[in-house]
Design a protein around this ligand. Structure first.
Ligand code: 0RA
Length: 654
C-alpha cells in the first residue's frame, strides 16, 4: 500500500469516529480528504518545501489581517517536537453561527476548502499563499490542530485531528474586551510529510521578507527546540526602503537614501524602492501580494521599461550622455542596481511554471508610468545623485563593449569555443549532457586522483589552480581576462553574459564542486558558488549544481573498512565496531585518498552523497554573497559573529 492510500483511509476512519456527520459535513470531509489524497495539488509537494508552506499558509491569513489594518503583531514559534504556533492580534476568526453552513464560522474556515478568505463582501484577499488554499489545507495535513480565538472578551477553542473535528467550539476563558486575535497551533502529519523538521533559517527568511514588505508590522520568530531558545524580531518602519538598505549593507551606494515611490490606480498599489551601488550585479526583486515573483511578470516589465526610458531621456537631456554612445541598454541601467518592486493587486493572476509570474497586463503600464514620472522628478531634483547614476550606466555600457571585444578576441583564439576545450580538462566521452558530469576539483593532486578514479564515459574532471577570481568585485570584461574562469566557461559550453549565455548549450547536467574539507576548500567553494550565482544562475535554478561530500574519516578494524562523513557518524560507527582496536584516519584533503578510495567514497553514483545547491530565497542569498565577498569588513564581521553558532568553524575564513 502506498503512503497516499494509507493517509486517505486514516482520514476517513478518523472522521467517522469523531462524530455523526450530516450530508454537509460529509461534503466537507470529502474536500479535506481530497487534500490528504493529493497534497501536492494543494501545497506543491510534500518535501520540506511543502512542510514549510504550511506555516506560510497560516501566516498569510494573519498578514491579510495586517494589510486590512487590523493586526500589527505576528508571533511564530517552533515548539519542541516541531509543533508550530502562530499568534496574531487580528480580529480573531469569527465564532458565531455561519448561516448557510449551520455551524460556527471558525469551523467553516478550518474545514472548508477556499473558505480561508473573508466571507464579508468588499474585502478582498490581497495576500495569500502561493496556492491560496487557506488554513483548512493546513488542518487537513496536520496530525492535530488547535485554534484559539480571542473575541468578544472571551477565549474560544476548537480541536481537530487530520482535519476532522474532535473538540467542538468551547469557551475556555475570558480576556480583556479589547483583546482580539487568533492562535493556530499544529503538528504536521507524518503520514503526509516524510520529513518533519522545520528550518529556522528558512522560516526566518520568509518572515523577514514579509516584515520588509509590510512596513510597521512586528514579526517575531522563536525556536524553542534547542537548549536555549532562539528569537528574532523583524520590524521595519521604512518597509522596502529598509529592504534595499539591508541588501546594500555591504556595498558602497550612489544615493545616500534609497529612492522611493508609491502610487495607486484602480485598486492596484505600486511601491518601488531602489538605489545603485559600486558593484556590478543586478539585485532586483519583485513581489505581487507579498509573493516573491521569481518568474517576473508585468510589474517587472513595467519597471524595466520605465527605468531604461527615464535614464536614457535624462542622460540625453542633461548632456551627460557620451557623444559616441548610442544609448543605454536595459542591462546597462541595471548594473549595480538594487531594487524592490512590490505591487498589491485585487485579483492577481499568477502564471508560469511555478506560478510566480504576475500576469495582470494592466500593471505594466501603471508601474512604467510611476517610474517615468517619479524617477524623472527625482533626477531633476537631485543632480548629484543623477550624475552618479548616469556615470554608472556609462561605465556599464563601456564595460559591455569591452566584454564584447574580450569575447570576440578569445573566440577568435577559440578559447571560449567548445571546439577547442582547455587542455586541463579531462573530458568525458559521452556527448549527452543529461548523463554527463563535470567535477570542478581543487588542486592538481586531487585532480590527478579524480582523473584516475573516474568513470571516463560520463565524468569529466577540471582541476582548478588555487583561488579563482572573486567575481563579486569584477565586471564581465575583467572576468573574461582571467584564465581560470575562462577555462570553466569554455568547459561548460554555455557562453556568458546577457544575450550570450545559453543553458541549452550546457555540456553537463551535473556540475559538481569538489573541494577539501578545510578553510581553503570552503573559500574556493564559495568563490565558485559566487561565480555561478552571479553569472550562471540558471545552472543552479535547473538543479544542475552540486557539492561533493567527501568523507571526513576512514575507520579500519581488521578487514573492515568504513568511511564516516560527519563527526556524529564517526562516533556512531566506532560504537557499531566496538570502540576498540580501530585505526582512525582523518582526511585533511582529497589528495590523501588514492584514486580508488576517491571513486568509492565521493564519485561513484551508487555510493556517493552529494548536496544539490538550491536558492530558496534569492534576496537572502544575494545578501549573504555581498556580505561575504564584498569590500565592507564590518558587516562581514557582524554576519560571522551572528552566525557563529550555525557556521562550522572551517567556514569562517571567507
Ligand atoms: C474570516 C473572517 C474574518 C477574519 C478571519 C477569517 C481571520 C482568519 C485568520 C487566520 C489566522 N488569523 C486570522 N485572523 C482572521 C473577518 C473577521 C471580522 O469580520 O470580524
Amino acid at each position: 500500500m502506498t503512503q497516499e492510500n494509507e493517509a486517505t483511509n486514516e482520514a476517513t476512519n478518523g472522521a467517522a469516529g469523531a462524530k455523526d456527520y450530516t450530508a454537509q459535513g460529509i461534503q466537507v470531509l470529502k474536500g479535506l480528504e481530497a487534500v490528504r489524497k493529493r497534497p501536492a495539488m494543494y501545497i506543491g509537494d510534500t518535501s520540506t518545501r511543502g512542510l514549510h508552506h504550511l506555516v506560510y499558509e497560516v501566516v498569510d491569513n494573519s498578514i491579510d489581517e495586517a494589510m486590512a489594518d487590523y493586526c500589527d503583531d505576528i508571533q511564530v514559534t517552533i515548539e519542541k517536537g516541531d509543533v508550530i504556533k502562530v499568534v496574531d492580534n487580528g480580529r480573531g476568526i469569527p465564532v458565531d453561527m455561519h448561516k448557510d453552513e449551520g455551524k460556527p464560522a471558525l469551523e467553516v474556515v478550518l474545514t472548508s476548502l477556499h473558505a480561508g478568505g473573508k466571507f464579508d463582501k468588499g474585502s478582498y484577499k490581497v495576500s495569500g499563499g502561493l496556492h491560496g488554499v487557506g488554513v483548512s489545507c493546513v488542518n487537513a495535513l496536520s496530525e492535530w490542530l488547535k485554534a484559539e480565538v480571542y473575541r468578544n472578551g472571551k477565549i474560544y477553542q476548537m480541536d481537530f485531528e487530520r482535519g476532522a473535528l474532535v473538540g467542538a467550539l468551547q469557551e475556555i476563558g475570558e480576556c480583556p474586551p479589547d483583546k482580539t486575535g487568533t492562535t493556530i497551533t499544529f503538528k504536521p502529519d507524518h503520514q503526509i510529510f516524510p520529513e518533519l523538521v522545520f528550518s529556522f533559517e528558512t522560516l526566518r527568511s520568509r518572515l523577514r521578507e514579509l516584515a520588509f514588505l509590510n512596513r510597521n508590522l512586528n514579526i517575531v520568530i522563536t525556536d524553542e527546540r534547542g537548549e536555549t531558545p532562539r528569537e528574532e524580531t523583524f520590524h521595519y518602519a521604512g518597509g522596502i526602503v529598509e529592504y534595499v538598505r539591508w541588501l546594500n549593507e555591504s556595498r558602497q551606494v550612489i544615493c545616500p537614501e534609497p529612492v522611493y515611490f508609491e502610487g495607486e490606480k484602480d485598486g492596484v498599489q505600486v511601491e518601488v524602492a531602489m538605489d545603485y551601488n559600486e558593484g556590478y550585479s543586478e539585485s532586483l526583486f519583485t513581489f505581487a501580494n507579498n509573493i516573491n515573483t521569481t518568474e517576473g511578470g508585468s510589474h517587472l516589465s513595467g519597471f524595466r521599461a520605465g527605468l531604461t526610458r527615464t535614464l536614457n531621456a535624462y542622460a540625453n537631456k542633461s548632456g551627460l550622455m557620451k557623444k559616441d554612445m548610442k544609448g543605454f541598454t536595459g542591462d546597462d541601467v541595471r548594473e549595480g542596481l538594487t531594487a524592490i518592486v512590490s505591487v498589491k493587486v485585487p485579483e492577481p493572476q499568477f502564471e508560469g511554471q511555478t506560478k510566480t509570474k504576475l500576469g495582470n497586463t494592466e500593471v505594466k503600464g501603471q508601474v512604467e508610468a510611476l517610474i517615468n514620472t517619479h524617477l524623472g522628478e527625482y533626477l531633476n531634483e537631485h543632480p548629484k545623485e543623477a550624475k552618479g547614476i548616469i556615470n554608472k550606466c556609462i561605465a556599464a555600457a563601456q564595460g559591455r563593449e569591452a566584454a564584447r571585444k574580450a569575447r570576440d578576441l578569445t573566440r577568435r583564439k577559440s578559447a571560449l569555443d567548445s571546439a577547442a576545450l582547455p587542455g586541463k580538462l579531462a573530458d568525458c566521452s559521452s556527448r549527452d549532457p543529461a548523463e554527463c558530469e563535470i567535477y570542478l576539483v581543487e588542486g592538481d593532486s586531487a585532480g590527478g586522483s579524480a582523473k584516475q578514479g573516474r568513470e571516463r564515459r560520463f565524468q569529466a574532471i577540471l582541476p582548478l589552480k588555487g583561488k579563482i577570481l572573486n567575481v563579486e568585485k569584477a565586471r564581465l570584461d575583467k572576468m573574461l581576462g582571467n584564465d581560470e574562469i575562462r577555462t570553466i566557461i569554455t568547459a561548460l559550453g554555455t557562453g556568458v553574459g546577457a544575450g550570450v549565455f545559453d543553458i541549452t548549450k550546457l555540456r553537463y547536467h551535473k556540475v559538481i564542486i569538489m573541494t577539501d574539507a578545510d578553510v581553503d576548500g570552503s573559500h574556493i567553494r564559495t568563490l565558485i558558488l559566487t561565480l555561478f550565482f552571479r553569472h550562471f544562475r540558471e545552472v543552479i535554478d535547473h538543479g544542475y549544481m552540486y557539492i561533493a561530500e567527501p568523507p571526513l574519516y576512514r575507520l579500519k578494524k581488521g578487514k573492515t573498512e568504513i568511511y564516516a562523513y560527519s563527526d556524529i557518524q564517526k562516533d556512531r560507527l566506532a560504537e557499531e565496531m566496538g570502540n576498540k582496536g580501530i585505526y582512525l584516519q582523518r582526511y585533511k584533503g582529497l589528495g590523501e585518498m588514492n584514486p580508488d578510495q576517491l571513486w568509492e567514497t565521493t564519485m561513484n553514483p551508487d555510493s556517493r552523497t552529494m548536496t544539490r545547491v538550491t536558492v530558496d530565497d534569492a534576496a537572502e542569498a544575494d545578501h549573504i554573497f555581498t556580505t561575504l565577498m564584498g569590500d565592507e569588513v564590518e558587516p562581514r564581521r557582524r554576519f560571522i559573529e551572528e552566525n557563529a553558532a550555525q557556521i562550522k568553524l572551517e567556514d569562517l575564513d571567507i
